[in-house]
Design a protein around this ligand. Sequence first.
Ligand SMILES: [Zn+2]
Length: 269
Amino acid sequence: MKLEWVDSHVHLQDAAFADDLSAVLLRAGQAGIIKMICNGTSQTDWPMVLDLVQKHAAIIPCFGLHPWFVKNRTADWLDELESFLARTPSCIGEIGLDRWIADRDEQVQEEVFRDQLSLAVKLNKPVMVHCVRAWGPLMDVLQSLPTLPPAMLIHAFGGSAELIKPLTQMGAYFSFAASVLDPKREKARLALQAMPADRLLLETDSPDLPPSEPYRMIESIMMKDGSCRNEPANLPLFAVKIAEIKNVSLDELSMQTTNNAKKFLTLAG
Ligand SMILES: [Zn+2]
């Protein structure tokens, strides 16, 4: 039987897929990808994400305001977000904190993140979290909440193994992309090794986080900036290496990560 996978973090609304999304989705299906969690990032792309969901059953949406795009929000952004969430089964994301991007307003990032965490509690929705170089602030925000969202998925986890326990106690799942195989990412690899099986998910973050040579298909499209466009069908290629690191069979990894994704999505509606 063909192995089944869930790509737990993608941005299929990205302009990089404008010309050939149906071919991308076809390859994903052939590669055994049964679901893709597609993340909105700003008010501009929420309608595109909704449109994709209405056309393709394998796409599950998240609507949220990404920390990179907090500046462009309108006064009624939170109401608009709630109205998108009401239209279809969905999660809240991609939301979070980022202290890597140069042009940032940390205070506004935190305010917007807190607003969306409160909305998740109010609507009983899971959240998709982006955290880059902001682990201390993330823990502070989460620990300060009177009530936590029912579940959270920390995508492209790059934190240390020590964070797994406290975050798990707060309901976190963790997803890893091919980037964890980068020789420079020793810390993330140690976290992957330490990750409990029932908390682990996999993602490509397509079209971002272009995987290195052995972990991408020959058909991969090169982008204008010379990087390689990532796509969901790449997931089983690097999953082989993840299974090796976790010392489990590919079968087991597929079953476990798919079950974890389904559990995370239980409350999506
Ligand atoms: Zn993302």
